[in-house]
Design a protein around this ligand. Structure first.
Ligand SMILES: [Zn+2]
Length: 271
């Protein structure tokens, strides 16, 4: 199996994204011939080109919620993927708000682009679907878009989970358990509390319970950038004993290097 995670962006608040201090093109997950594009925010097309990612190869686009730094370029990515519907291909998975709207919020994905893909699905938290060899489960979050989804990808070799934007809750421990690799949207450093978002202290609590092989912090706000996410990642590593890295734009990770945990489990299962 071949696998790769590529960060097309790591910006997490309106200042960082607005000034493009960090990019906001989302995350690419490649597993053999399957390519997932998660949360394509502003600049996704440009960042894909810069990192040599061919968006025509997207198998599925995942949009966790309706905030602009997660969904802004979803329609544009679908257009690139499908030649604006000339080649109806791929799957679009979005939360209720981006797909159907919520209260006064209009659906961010337009009817036209929904019809450009082979299949579009609006999901609630806690549901499961299969795409090629991979099972995907939508996870609990608590965020200002009440329908926000975390995602957990069950591949034959490893389990990867993504918190999306959420505040800390013990429900996250159960949602992310057994993950080999966790990607956490840690907007703020230690001591800075903001409703609906994780900070370093929350990340420490969550990572020390889930104990993945690798944790990647991502989606940084301006206060996090001014402190330096690398310092915060080191603090998390020290306190949780879990290897934790701070994502930067263009970071590539080979998830297979961190698959030991689930492999071990499988072996134990056979005994
Ligand atoms: Zn958000």
């Amino acid at each position: 199996m071949k696998a790769r995670i590529v960060f097309l962006g790591t910006g997490g608040d309106s200042i960082v994204v607005g000034k493009q201090l960090r990019a906001s093109g989302g995350i690419i997950l490649q597993i053999d011939d399957t390519q997932f594009h998660i949360d394509p925010g502003p600049g996704a097309l440009v960042r894909a080109r810069q990192e040599n990612i061919n968006l025509r190869e997207n198998t599925a686009v995942f949009v966790s919620h309706s905030h602009i730094n997660h969904c802004n370029d979803a329609n544009a990515v679908i257009s690139a993927m499908t030649h604006s519907g000339m080649d109806k291909t791929g799957v679009l998975i979005g939360n209720k708000t981006v797909m159907e709207g919520e209260g006064e919020i209009k659906p961010y994905i337009t009817d036209f682009y929904k019809k450009c893909v082979e299949r579009y699905i609006s999901l609630d938290q806690g549901t499961k679907i299969g795409i090629n060899e991979i099972d995907v489960k939508t996870l609990y979050t608590r965020h200002s878009d009440i329908n926000t989804l975390g995602f957990k990808f069950f591949t034959p070799e490893f389990i990867l989970s993504y918190t999306s934007d959420t505040e800390y809750s013990t429900a996250l421990i159960d949602a992310h358990k057994n993950s080999d690799i966790m990607i956490l949207n840690v907007v703020n450093p230690s001591g800075i509390k903001q409703e609906g978002l994780l900070n370093t202290d929350d990340a420490i609590k969550l990572i020390s319970k889930v104990k993945p092989s690798l944790a990647i912090i991502n989606h940084f706000g301006i206060k996090m950038l001014s402190i330096n996410p690398i310092t915060e990642a080191r603090k998390i590593t020290r306190q949780t004993k879990v290897q934790t890295i701070a994502a930067k734009d263009g970071l590539e990770v080979n998830p297979l290097s961190y698959a030991a945990k689930s492999k071990q489990k499988t072996l134990m299962g056979y005994k």
